[in-house]
Design a protein around this ligand. Structure first.
Ligand code: UD1
Ligand code: UDP
Length: 386
C-alpha cells in the first residue's frame, strides 16, 4: 500500500482538501461527512479545507456550504476569475504557502478544474502525496481545459480514486496502474453518494417547483411538463456559432414545454456579449440554483439538456433522459445505457435527438458504485498511512 507509513499507533492524520468550483463543493461534502463519521470511532483525521475562490458568487459558492453543511474553509485564497495561466498561477503560489504552513500528510483534490490542477501541482512539487477523487476520466479532447487538468492531475497523483471501471481502464492505457507506489481503484462515484444522501432531504426542503409554477402534484411524476437545460463549457459558451445554435434549439423546444435554464455566470456573460437574450425569449432563464433545487428540477424534468458532467450523471441516476450538447463525453456508461445521447450543437440534430425514444437499460445498475465511495476513500487513506 502506498503512503508514508507512520507508527501504527499514530491516531492523527492531517489531510488538506482543495476545492474552488461548484461541483467540487458537492463532491467534497460527501467525503467531509465520511471523515466525520470515521472520526466518531476515536480515530482522528484532521481535514484542513482550502477554498481557492475560483467560484465566488453566492449562488455558485456559499449556498452549497450552507445547504450541505460543509465546514467553513480554513483558508480562502480569494483567487477569483482570470485567464487559465493567471488563475492557476496565483492558486499555485497561494496553495504552496498554506501547504508549507500546514505540512499535511496528504493533499486531496477533486475533478478537473484549474483548482484541481493547482492543488495537485503545488503538492507534488513539495513531495506531498496527492489523492485524486474522480481520477481516470477522459474525453480525449485536448481542446477542453478540463482534459488537460485531468491528465496532469492523474499523472501527479499517488491515490487515484476512480468512479467507474472505465476510468481504471483509461488510466491503465496511460501506464497508471496499481503498484507498490500507487493505488488505483474503482471506488464508485462520490456524487452518487451525495445524490443518495441528499435527494430525500431535497424533496422535503426544496420549494423550487412551486416557486417556478412547475408543480402539479397530480401529474408531475407521470407527465413532467418541462425541460431542464444547463450550459457552461467554454467550447460552447465562448463560440458564438455554437452558443447561438444551442440556444436556438432550446428556444424551439420552448414551443412544446417550458425550458428551465439555470444560467451559469459564464454563459450569462457570453449571452450578453453576443446579444442572445432577445432572440431566445421562450427559454426560461433563472439564476443558478442550489443543489437541493437542482436535484428536484432534474428529478421531475421531462428531459435534461446539458454540457455538464455532473448533470449527465444525475439525470442517469434519476432515470431522466439526457441529451448532451457535446460531441463526446467522459461518462460513456450513461450513453451506452441508452439514457444519455450525444446531440452536439446543431439545431436539427438536437431536435431529432429529443424526439428519438430509444430502448433504455434500467438505470441503477451499479456502474457508479453503491453509494459508499466516500467511505471507501477515507478507509483507504487511513490504511495507507497507519
Ligand atoms: C469551471 C471549470 C469547469 C467546471 C465548472 C463548474 C476550469 C477550467 N473550469 O468552469 O471544469 O465544469 O467550473 O461550474 O476550471 N464567474 C462569475 N462568478 C463566479 C464564477 C465565475 O461571474 O462565481 C464567471 C466569470 O466571468 C468567469 C467565468 O464565469 O470568468 C468562468 O469561470 P471559471 O471558474 O473560469 O470557469 P467555469 O466556466 O466556471
Ligand atoms: N448544479 C447546481 N445548481 C445549478 C447547476 C448545477 O447545484 O444551477 C449542480 C448539479 O446538480 C451538479 C453540479 O452542480 O451536482 C454540476 O456542476 P457543473 O455543471 O457546474 O460542473 P461539471 O459537473 O460540469 O464540472
Amino acid at each position: 500500500m502506498p503512503g508514508n507509513k507512520k507508527s501504527s499507533l499514530s491516531p492523527f492524520f492531517k489531510v488538506v482538501t482543495i476545492v474552488g468550483a461548484r461541483p467540487q463543493f458537492i463532491k467534497a461534502a460527501a467525503v467531509n461527512r465520511a471523515i466525520a463519521a470515521f472520526n466518531k470511532n476515536g480515530r482522528q483525521i484532521e481535514e484542513i479545507l482550502i477554498h481557492t475562490g475560483q467560484h465566488y458568487d453566492y449562488l455558485m459558492d456559499r449556498v452549497f456550504f450552507e445547504e450541505l453543511e460543509i465546514p467553513k474553509p480554513h483558508y480562502h485564497l480569494g483567487v477569483g476569475s482570470g485567464s487559465h495561466g493567471k488563475q492557476t498561477g496565483i492558486m499555485l503560489e497561494r496553495i504552496e504557502e498554506v501547504l508549507q504552513k500546514e505540512k499535511p500528510g496528504l493533499v486531496l483534490v477533486y475533478g478537473d478544474t484549474n483548482s484541481t490542477l493547482a492543488g495537485a501541482l503545488s503538492a507534488a512539487k513539495m513531495h506531498l502525496p496527492v489523492a485524486h477523487v474522480e481520477a481516470g476520466l477522459r474525453s480525449y479532447n485536448r481542446d477542453m481545459p478540463e482534459e488537460i487538468n485531468r491528465v496532469l492531475t492523474d499523472h501527479l497523483s499517488t491515490f487515484l480514486f476512480c468512479p467507474t471501471q472505465q476510468a481504471v481502464k483509461n488510466l491503465s492505457k496511460e501506464g497508471i496502474k496499481p503498484s507498490q507506489g500507487k493505488l488505483v481503484e474503482n471506488v464508485g462515484d462520490v456524487m452518487y453518494d451525495s445524490i443518495l444522501y441528499y435527494s430525500r432531504i431535497a424533496e422535503k426542503k426544496s420549494t423550487i417547483l412551486h416557486d417556478l409554477n412547475l408543480a402539479n402534484p397530480q401529474s408531475e411524476i407521470r407527465n413532467p411538463q418541462y425541460y431542464l437545460a444547463t450550459l457552461h463549457r467554454a467550447e460552447n459558451t465562448d463560440d458564438p456559432r455554437r452558443l447561438t445554435s444551442i440556444l436556438k434549439a432550446l428556444n424551439q423546444l420552448g414551443k412544446e414545454a417550458p425550458v428551465v435554464f439555470p444560467l451559469h455566470p459564464r454563459t450569462r456573460k457570453m449571452m450578453e456579449i453576443f446579444d442572445l437574450f432577445k432572440k431566445n425569449r421562450r427559454i426560461r432563464f433563472i439564476e443558478p440554483v442550489s443543489y437541493f433545487d437542482m436535484l428536484l428540477l432534474e428529478k421531475r424534468a421531462r428531459a435534461v439538456l446539458t454540457d455538464s458532467g455532473g448533470v449527465q450523471k444525475e439525470a442517469y441516476w434519476f432515470k431522466v433522459p439526457c441529451f448532451t450538447l457535446r460531441e463526446e463525453t467522459e461518462w460513456v456508461e450513461t450513453v451506452r445505457s441508452g439514457w444519455n445521447r450525444l446531440v452536439g450543437v446543431d439545431v436539427k440534430r438536437i431536435a431529432a435527438g429529443v424526439r428519438h425514444n430509444p430502448r433504455r437499460n434500467p438505470a441503477g445498475e451499479k456502474m457508479f458504485g453503491d453509494g459508499t465511495a466516500s467511505k471507501t476513500i477515507v478507509h483507504r487513506l487511513w490504511r495507507a498511512f497507519h
